[in-house]
Design a protein. Structure first.
Length: 375
């Protein structure tokens, strides 16, 4: 079972609308004038830009479409998935587009899980490269991971805890491939259901686990209300858990290689995505050779996408914070780069930042692709 009341779990009704927030504390927003490249997109949660900066590709996740943005603001569907399937995580190398497609995420029947890494070659042919859902059923990378409350909370106390999210549990069978990064002959997948970074050999299709991300604990404050169903019903937590830690699942969303050769991975914190338990999102840095993992930045609100500039500076989409954040690689200082509603994905090419914005559960058809200078 899952405690992911997050967009990647598909629990749209449980999300809480957050008004546009201020810039990150201690910083002043810089003036940017973004230009809209396309609009009217359905849940655009991932994008990429070819290195000649001529072509923008965007996934309309909720419509199951991989689209090209044309220079006149229209879009062309390059791939249309089956009804009910989610298309995301687009990346491109040498004319080949790589993307992930999935269905059945959210902790339901494991046999219903479907997830693939696919490619679209320059001739327009689709190739199934790796069956990610079958790998989850076989290996369950986070199956030994413990979530929920620790032994410091008595069983008698937890009898008052609602049935969902579970009071204590281990990682279950769930897969939702969400982000893709390509290096040489390997694809790296951020699987938001498996709570892991997967590796796919692009020649053989073999899948392996690079890293299982650690739980993200949060102290439960008094008066906390938690969602208990997809309709958004909430209940107040029992008083006996106040002050104790609940180990929420990490939820990897996007990943990019930095100039240091490490993978940088944005993670949603699991549990409520609003600020009721604090800004609990994080960026992990993962060694692609060893799988060793450590927190690189935290205290981020709903980080769903990131991009890394040539100088190492990191740009993060804070979806429910309604801003794109810039983190200075050398000093670690962060500031607001751009105030914008519902940013989901970001990409940097040269001196230009591209982003998908306007994401809303209330009306997911109002997504846009924008670009703005970073110089």
């Amino acid at each position: 079972m899952k405690t992911k009341f997050a967009l990647v779990a598909g629990l749209a009704a449980a999300a809480i609308a957050i008004p546009a927030g201020p810039a990150v504390a201690g910083s002043e927003p810089e003036h940017r004038t973004p230009r809209t490249l396309a609009e009217g997109l359905v849940g655009p949660l991932s994008l990429t830009v070819t290195y000649d900066e001529e072509t923008v590709l965007v996934t309309q996740n909720f419509a199951g479409v991989l689209s090209r943005v044309n220079h006149d603001g229209t879009t062309t569907a390059l791939y249309q998935g089956a009804e009910g399937w989610d298309v995301g995580g687009v990346e491109t190398r040498h004319g080949t587009r790589y993307f992930v497609e999935s269905a059945g995420a959210g902790g339901g029947d494991p046999a219903a899980l479907k997830g693939w890494l696919k490619s679209l070659d320059p001739e327009g042919d689709i190739h199934d490269l790796a069956d990610l859902a079958s790998y989850e059923r076989e290996k369950n990378p986070d199956g030994a991971q413990h979530y929920g409350f620790g032994p410091d909370v008595a069983d008698t106390c937890l009898a008052e805890w609602p049935a969902f999210p579970p009071a204590r549990y281990q990682g279950g069978l769930d897969s939702h491939p969400y982000g893709v990064a390509i290096r040489d002959d390997t694809a790296y997948i951020a699987d938001a259901g498996a709570n892991a970074i997967l590796e796919v050999d692009l020649d053989s299709g073999d899948v392996s686990t690079l890293a299982v991300l650690p739980p993200r604990p949060a102290v439960i404050p008094a008066g906390t209300r938690i969602p208990v169903d997809m309709a958004g019903t909430t209940v107040e937590v029992p008083a006996c858990v106040v002050g104790h830690e609940y180990a929420f699942e990490p939820v990897p969303t996007d990943l990019e290689f930095g100039p240091d050769g490490r993978l940088y991975v944005t993670t949603l914190p699991g549990g409520p995505e609003d600020p009721s338990l604090g800004a609990r999102g994080a960026i992990f840095r993962v060694n692609p050779s060893t799988g060793s993992t450590k927190v690189w930045a935290e205290d981020l609100l709903s980080p769903t996408g990131l991009a890394i500039a040539d100088d190492g500076d990191v740009y993060v989409a804070s979806m429910f914070g309604n801003e794109i954040i810039e983190i200075d690689d050398s000093a670690g200082h962060r500031k607001q780069f751009l105030a914008v509603d519902g940013p989901a994905a970001v990409e940097v090419r040269g001196e230009t930042l591209y982003a998908t914005v306007g994401f809303s559960f209330a009306d997911p058809t109002q997504g846009k692709v924008i670009k703005a200078g970073i110089g």
